[in-house]
Design a protein. Sequence first.
Length: 114
Amino acid sequence: MDVWVLRWQGRLDSEWSDRVVPWSFALGLFVILELLSAAKVRSLDGTVDLAAATQGLWLIHNGYEPILTVTTDANLLAQQLAFIVYPLSLAGNVVPIQGALLFLQSAALAVAVV
């Protein structure tokens, strides 16, 4: 057993494994997170935060001020000063807004592994 473990340790102690293993792990984590979030949305068991972000992006996409009525009557930008919602609202032309939000969240968490 020791010889087998030492062989695998020797194979993984190289430059190619430093480049390949973290990115392959991040890709696998992204797939798992994306499937779990899609299942959560399909089951109609989404959270209040997802509903608030969806409403805020829809308001911005349609040219309204992003005042959220789902949670409180607060401005979306006053909470976190998240200016990323303006380019993200353009994704509403191509894909559904919830799908874009969940894709971005899963990708950000997976890239954080690297």
